[in-house]
Design a protein around this ligand. Structure first.
Ligand code: PRP
Ligand code: URA
Length: 210
């Protein structure tokens, strides 16, 4: 089963409290998403393989460690996932970015695909899916399915800021090979499939559309 990592670092939890607060405005909300994403990236990449190389410092030769193994790709689920991309590519500038456009049908809560564009060598890359909210899990499960079946991706990690227990269970059941990094697993979903207590609609709060 994919491992669930709940990131309880005090800086993350403090910034998450800013995101959750209904009085937080768009600017501060975006800044918190950006900062949390950087901290999540640090944790989610902790086990990336490294290799030893030799360089010269101004003082002496030195054996140092650099990233090795597969190259990386960041895949935001549009729209809200876009809010997490800048922080990721600031830290991993060589990563390529693929986009999956999905929105939840307001009646059925099922994901509807409207866009998909991946780097050509995505199947060779370690993929980090980013999306602030994992609610029913429908969007993420559909995205993982597209990445595996259409693009041949084998190595996928999921990063969500807030998850509902239902979404975590669904991803673990349908894609047990995927490790999941979240900052909180909340209580439940409400009748509109919103996370409780959650933070409301992440896309609207990032882009100021409500
Ligand atoms: C939100 C969120 C996730 C999805 C989670 O996107 O960003 O992608 O809902 O819900 P699920 O786990 O039940 O699928 P939304 O559909 O609101 O689109 P948006 O990002 O364009 O606002
Ligand atoms: N999407 C959101 O943006 N928020 C939720 O609580 C659930 C889905």
């Amino acid at each position: 089963m994919g491992e669930l990592h709940v990131l309880d670092h005090p800086l993350i939890q403090h910034k998450l409290s800013i995101m959750r607060n209904k009085d937080t405005g768009v600017k501060q909300f975006r800044e918190a998403v950006n900062e949390i994403s950087a901290l999540m990236c640090y944790e989610a990449t902790r086990n990336l393989p490294t290799e030893e190389i030799e360089i010269e410092t101004p003082v002496a030769p030195a054996k140092v460690r650099v990233l090795a193994g597969k190259k990386l790709a960041i895949v935001p689920i549009l729209r809200a996932g876009l809010g997490m991309v800048d922080a990721m590519i600031d830290l991993i500038p060589s990563a390529k970015v693929g986009h999956i456009g999905l929105y939840r049908d307001p009646e059925t809560h099922e994901p509807v695909e409207y866009y998909c564009k991946m780097p050509p060598d995505i199947s060779e890359r370690q993929v980090f899916i980013v999306d602030p909210m994992l609610a029913t899990g429908g969007s993420v499960v559909a995205s993982i399915q597209i990445l595996k079946e259409k693009y041949g991706c084998k190595n996928i990690t999921l990063m969500d800021i807030i998850a509902a227990p239902e979404g975590v269970a669904r991803v673990q059941k349908e894609h047990p090979d995927v490790d999941i990094f979240v900052c909180a697993v909340d209580e439940k979903l409400n009748e509109h499939a919103y996370i409780v207590p959650g933070l409301g609609d992440a896309g609207d709060r990032i882009f100021g559309t409500k």
